[in-house]
Design a protein around this ligand. Structure first.
Ligand SMILES: Cc1cc2nc3c(=O)[nH]c(=O)nc-3n(C[C@H](O)[C@H](O)[C@H](O)COP(=O)(O)OP(=O)(O)OC[C@H]3O[C@@H](n4cnc5c(N)ncnc54)[C@H](O)[C@@H]3O)c2cc1C
Length: 389
């Protein structure tokens, strides 16, 4: 039997997060967004709710839930705001997850409890100024072993959660050698504040304005050899695994934004009149909203499907890429239509649909562009594919 109905625990979580988004996030997030300010108070409350520990075992301070639960939380948060949703997504699926998946017991015990409580954040350092899609080919960051320490040189671009006052570490991918002429790539934990590790100023962004994104520089930055995460030379494979999962999470966030557009429009077309009728009385508006609802629903089913496969330990790479591609499309299309339905008010920052419009675009770029998703899908179908992914 196939069932897409949520079980009791998942439904309770969904309702809790939806209420939190409505009562705590919605009233204040517009101000943080306009000021380009990271919402520490909201993040602390998300931490108290247990959202940062959702998919991790209780022994590390987690909630003992699953990846599906994390995606549900992202979906509900993004119905109201994407900056807080991406802070959670990057903090958990990209930041803490590599430590949990590939860390040894000492690393897990050292880092995870604070991350699970949302008191600290971790960042994921893959993309470099010279290229994001073409990793590892375009990678330049190196790390060499010297007297029991990794010496890291290079830079990273667009790294989420990397420069907040509560960021504890970034896991950076670096070239650690080229045995037999093959690039060896490893993942290394770099704690915030390590000498030689500089975090740049917050970028000025089109969207996700209340989230933290920065460039990182490493200049003879030394960390203990024990900060290697997982096996030496397996860093790229580890990061690809993390990205496959992360795409489901981003798809859930995108589907949430797409649904948020419907939520806002349903309210507005009952309030706003033109030519003597409520906007909702016009068939063109009805059809637009019907299309938006259909896209949001399709996007939700796509990430449900990918997440269900992940949880059943079945192959999910293709489904994750499909979910990311279709949900980010849905978010963009719905944000454009919602803004149109709001007319001039849709172009005013005080209305959530303007934020949705500004936040939707990056969903087609981050964690693998739409083109990269198409490459993955095509390769999974056996078309092309000399590159391992
Ligand atoms: C707000 C924000 C937050 C981010 N957070 C993080 C983070 O936390 N950690 C992290 O590591 N990265 C992060 N990123 C980086 C993000 O993952 C990259 O921007 C993305 O992977 C694209 O890489 P790029 O920007 O270098 O574009 P490029 O790789 O230079 O691509 C440019 C364009 O060329 C296209 N293209 C590239 N190659 C091909 C090809 N072979 N065929 C067809 N088209 C192609 C791409 O699809 C794209 O349209 C973030 C980015 C943003 C904007």
């Amino acid at each position: 039997m196939i069932s897409y109905r949520l079980g009791e625990e998942h439904e309770a979580l969904r309702v809790t997060v939806a209420e939190f988004a409505r009562d705590v996030v919605a009233p204040v997030i517009g101000g943080f967004y306009e000021r380009g300010e990271f919402p520490y108070e909201i993040v602390a409350r998300m931490g108290k709710l247990g959202l940062f520990g959702l998919p991790f075992p209780e022994e590390y301070g987690g909630m003992g839930g699953d990846f599906f639960a994390l995606c549900l939380a992202l979906h509900e948060l993004a119905r109201v705001d994407s900056s807080v949703a991406i802070t959670l997504e990057a903090g958990v699926a990209l930041g803490a997850m590599p430590i949990y998946r590939f860390g040894d017991e000492q690393q897990r015990a050292q880092w995870l409890p604070d991350l699970c409580r949302g008191e600290r954040l971790a960042a994921f350092g893959l993309t470099e100024p010279g290229g994001g899609s073409d990793i590892p080919g375009g990678m330049r960051t190196t790390a060499r072993l010297e007297q029991g320490e990794w010496v890291i040189d290079g830079s990273k671009a667009f790294i989420t959660n990397s420069g907040t006052a509560i960021t504890s570490l970034v896991t950076a991918l670096a070239i650690t050698g080229d045995p037999g002429g093959r690039r060896e790539i490893s993942a290394i934990i770099v704690p915030s504040g390590t000498p030689g590790f500089t975090v740049g100023p917050e970028y000025s962004k089109v969207g996700w304005c209340a989230s933290d994104t920065r460039e990182l520089a490493f200049a003879s930055c030394r960390v203990p050899e024990a900060n290697l995460l997982g096996e030496r030379g397996r860093g790229y494979a580890q990061f690809l695994q993390i990205l496959d999962e992360g795409r489901i999470a981003i798809a859930a966030l995108s589907a949430g934004l797409a649904q948020g557009c419907v939520d806002e429009c349903l309210r507005y077309v009952r309030e706003r009149s033109a030519f003597g009728h409520q906007l909702g009385d016009y068939q063109d508006i009805q059809f637009k909203i019907a299309d938006m609802e259909a896209r949001a629903h399709g996007a939700k089913l796509a990430w449900y499907d990918a997440a269900a496969r992940l949880q059943a330990s079945e192959p999910f790479k293709k489904q994750a890429a499909i979910a990311k591609l279709t949900a980010s499309n849905a978010a963009m299309d719905n944000a454009r239509d919602a803004t149109q339905i709001f007319g001039g008010y849709g172009f005013m920052n005080e209305f959530p649909v303007a934020r949705f419009y500004r936040d939707a675009k990056v969903l087609e770029i981050g964690e693998g562009t739409s083109e990269v998703q198409r490459m993955i899908i095509a390769r999974q179908l056996g078309v092309g594919g000399s590159r391992p992914d």
